[in-house]
Design a protein around this ligand. Sequence first.
Ligand code: CO8
Length: 291
Amino acid sequence: PCPPGVLSLRCRPPSWHRAARQLPPAPCRAFSNNKIQVDLDESSGVATMKFKSPPVNSLSLEFLTEFSISLEKLENDRACRGVIITSAIPKIFSSGLDIMEMCGKNVEHYGEFWRAVQEMWLRLYGSNMVTVAAVNGSSPAGGCLIALSCDYRIMAENPKFSIGLNEAQLGIVAPFWFKDTFVNVVGHRIAERSLQLGSLHPAPEALQLGLVDELVPEEKLLEKASAVMARWLALPDHARQLTKSMMRKAVLDRLVTHREEDIKYFINFISKESIQKSLRMYMEMLKKKKS
Ligand code: CO8
């Protein structure tokens, strides 16, 4: 059923939708990518992006570049109105930024890497498409940012999966635009506490905090994401897009205006020996935990 105030599909004027319905029938198109599988169902106008970068979908420079290019392609494709983002790797949505990209590299590399992180966020947070995160595994830091940047978050109801901006645990600090995105979802108080503690919230707690919108059994995740998507797509694109832009513009503009400064800040911060040491210790801790 349609939400109150929304016309049912049958009585909606065709001009509300983009050109999808005028295209010749071509039910599904796939982009062949290395790290992300993209499938576009032209009959519904919905694409699915599946992260498939083992072992943990960490956001390397290559991954981020591919992500931004895929989003740009979909954004420019009149047959696509919405994207569901999920993972093909069991138990992991994304482990966040690839720590190896931030360890022992030169300043040119740090600059290029950070620009790619910014680009990914600007494209996703500023997307005109409806974006739904189907979080089917753990989702720390940059992984959480991806989910937070979507319009709606559904998570698998497994308490072993956790999500949050845990940067403080690594001895680093979430940038202002990670923080802004987080505050816009959960509010100032919850974000402040969670960021200072670098908390990773198990799925039930994430729901309670409003960090995710709903939990469903893992096997129902994609079905639920499609249902949510259909509901959001039932609105006229132009009205929804302008509303989204109104809600997000100030936060997007803040990074656009301070982009170069933010890159310089990152390079300076990450190049510090004390920060490098913290990251190395964190990587060692991950390896120890494994053995
Ligand atoms: N980057 C690089 N390598 C990683 C990462 C990562 N983010 N996460 C895991 N790996 C590696 C592990 O070291 C391990 O490598 P190896 O096989 O060589 O030993 C391999 O991936 C598999 O990892 P695990 O054995 O730990 O796999 P599990 O399935 O047991 O656990 C988890 C998966 C839960 C994802 C776990 O690996 C984990 O907690 N990873 C760390 C996640 C994390 O803390 N990410 C934060 C990244 S920082 C970020 O995103 C924002 C930074 C903002 C910077 C701001 C500066 C100014």
